[in-house]
Unconditional design. Structure first.
Length: 220
């Protein structure tokens, strides 16, 4: 029976001591092969496209943005798993990473001896999310209130909105600007405007102001 091939890992972090610690945690056995290291987002994307690793381990705050790298890698290498390794436990970073296609979100405060098991689990189809953050994901999911979504759907004569349009609408209702929504969802400003125009059309209102008023009235 053939021996299982080692999992090929790309490590991207601009902090050399962290890169060294991560590599040390994964080396020393036959489970992993560090196929590439990178110090910024462009390097991470290029290395991922060249090496086609099983897992990309990305730092969020590296130059060029780990979230931006995650978007690009997830779009071009759908079979590659993406795990964020970061100091940030901020909700905005967590959910931006998950929207970008990350399969895991781990904090650098974790005991790195647990990292190998987490990456093996990700490759087996599991999610690798720090326990302290799981509750936030559940709260976010529970807070989406299907009650008022159904009401809006009926007023829109059964026209369904995409999940991205829902995200844009929710942020728009928080009085976020186009630029702020674009930054939050890691989209271009033009893409946000296209989504808003689509929702305005589906909801049969005159403009975004009327859209916000309808949205807030139906939620109350």
């Amino acid at each position: 029976m053939a021996e299982p091939k080692p999992l090929r890992i790309l490590v991207a972090d601009d902090h050399k001591p962290t890169r060294d610690d991560v590599c040390q945690a994964l080396e020393g056995g036959e489970t992993f092969d560090i196929c590439a290291v990178a110090v910024d987002a462009p390097q991470a994307v290029q290395a991922a496209l060249r090496e086609r690793p099983d897992v990309c381990l990305l730092d969020i705050r590296m130059p060029g943005s780990g979230v931006a790298a995650a978007w690009e890698i997830a779009a071009r290498l759908p079979n590659t798993k993406i795990v964020m390794l970061t100091v940030s436990d901020d909700d905005a970073d967590l959910f931006a990473s998950l929207r970008a296609g990350a399969n895991g979100y781990l904090l650098k405060t974790m005991n790195l001896t647990r990292l190998p098991a987490a990456l093996v689990g990700v490759c087996a189809g599991e999610a690798a999310i720090q326990r302290t953050l799981v509750a936030r994901v559940l709260d976010r999911f529970r807070g989406r209130e299907p009650r008022w979504r159904q009401v809006i759907s009926s007023e829109a004569r059964g026209r369904r909105m995409t999940s991205r349009e829902w995200e844009v609408l929710e942020l728009l209702a928080q009085r976020r600007s186009t630029a702020q929504i674009a930054e939050e969802l890691v989209l271009s400003a033009s893409a946000v405007r296209v989504h808003i125009a689509s929702v305005v059309r589906k909801m049969e209102v005159s403009d975004r102001t009327a859209l916000i008023e309808l949205f807030q009235r139906l939620r109350s």
